[in-house]
Design a protein around this ligand. Structure first.
Ligand code: ATR
Length: 289
């Protein structure tokens, strides 16, 4: 009886298993963030960092199910593939065609996306308002589309879209047009090279240019000292951030967004809302920039 009881109690208290998957993931801060959140509630959990490429995703997901993982965070370049492979999806994952949070229940994958909420909560915590602004989203890839639903729900008066390959912004505009209309937001494609288009209240860089280029993806003329510049990349001073500093603009990197999207994933998995303010100062003290 005693033996049987101790097995039951071990089964009940065995830490749940989570991981962040993507390529590359070796520098991901997600394990650290989730363990800090878990500490706030005395939850014990395992959180791995697993390098997985697109080709292997389907078979890996099957293995996660059989290994009884409870949840996965999905990062680049797997967010769209994860969207395609989940058995059920949140409304926002359907709209954005992106999944960064998978819950595994009854051998089924449930996909959600918390990137947009992460961005909005970080902007809010920094006192940045989107409502009634003239805002610009730079980029038209997965990272840009993932935050679109929440950006539109933030109700800027006009949300401008721009991208190096402008045709992709046009496709994006047509994909989001109806959703924007239902929120009374005007969506427009901005020509990045038109220097007479005026300046913006908020500019969000959702391109990967900060990793690959010495040049900012937008001309500096678009930034004034009243502009808030936000780069979704964290941990490095990107050319876009340098440009913001040169123009005396307010700027933020994407570390806060990373922490807030993790907090929302944590809430989905554990039904508990962690305090992100202490984590922000903990990670900021690492002096990533
Ligand atoms: P992600 O999932 O990070 O968005 P992606 O789907 O490959 O990755 O999209 C990358 C985005 O960064 C695109 O908007 C890309 O512009 P293009 O559509 O013209 O390729 C943008 N990007 C990447 N490198 C860039 C650079 N050096 N200058 C400007 N934009 C760049």
């Amino acid at each position: 009886d005693f033996y049987y009881g101790s097995i039951i109690s071990t089964m009940n208290t065995a830490p749940k298993k989570f991981a962040v998957i993507g390529h590359p993931v070796n520098h991901s801060l997600s394990p650290r963030i989730h363990l800090l959140f878990a500490g706030q509630f005395n939850i014990s959990l395992n959180y791995d960092r697993l390098d997985i490429e697109q080709e292997g995703l389907l078979s890996q997901l099957e293995q996660f199910k059989s290994q009884r993982f409870s949840g996965l965070n999905v990062t680049l370049p797997l967010k769209h593939d994860a969207y395609l492979l989940c058995q059920s999806l949140s409304d926002k994952a359907k709209l954005t065609e992106s999944v960064n949070t998978i819950s595994i229940r009854d051998n089924q994958l449930f996909g959600d996306t918390t990137d947009g909420i992460g961005l909005i909560r970080d902007l809010t915590s920094k006192g940045v308002k989107l409502e009634n602004t003239r805002s610009l989203l730079v980029g038209a890839g997965g990272a840009a589309n993932a935050v679109m639903a929440d950006l539109i729900e933030g109700r800027p008066s006009t949300l401008y879209l721009t991208n190096r390959t402008i045709e992709k912004s046009m496709l994006m505009e047509s994909h989001w047009r109806n959703f924007a209309r239902t929120h009374s937001v005007t969506l427009k494609v901005a020509d990045i090279n038109d220097k007479d288009q005026g300046q913006y209240d908020v500019i969000i860089n959702a391109t990967s240019a900060g990793f690959t280029s010495e040049l900012s993806p937008i001309p500096g003329e678009l930034i004034s000292h009243n502009t808030v510049c936000y780069d979704m990349i964290y941990g490095r001073e990107t050319p876009f951030i340098k440009q913001a500093i040169e123009h005396n603009a307010t700027w933020h990197d994407g570390l806060g967004m990373l922490i807030e999207q993790a907090a929302e994933s944590f809430r989905i998995w554990h039904d508990k809302t962690p305090d992100t303010s202490t984590i922000k100062s903990d990670l900021a003290s690492l002096k990533l920039i």
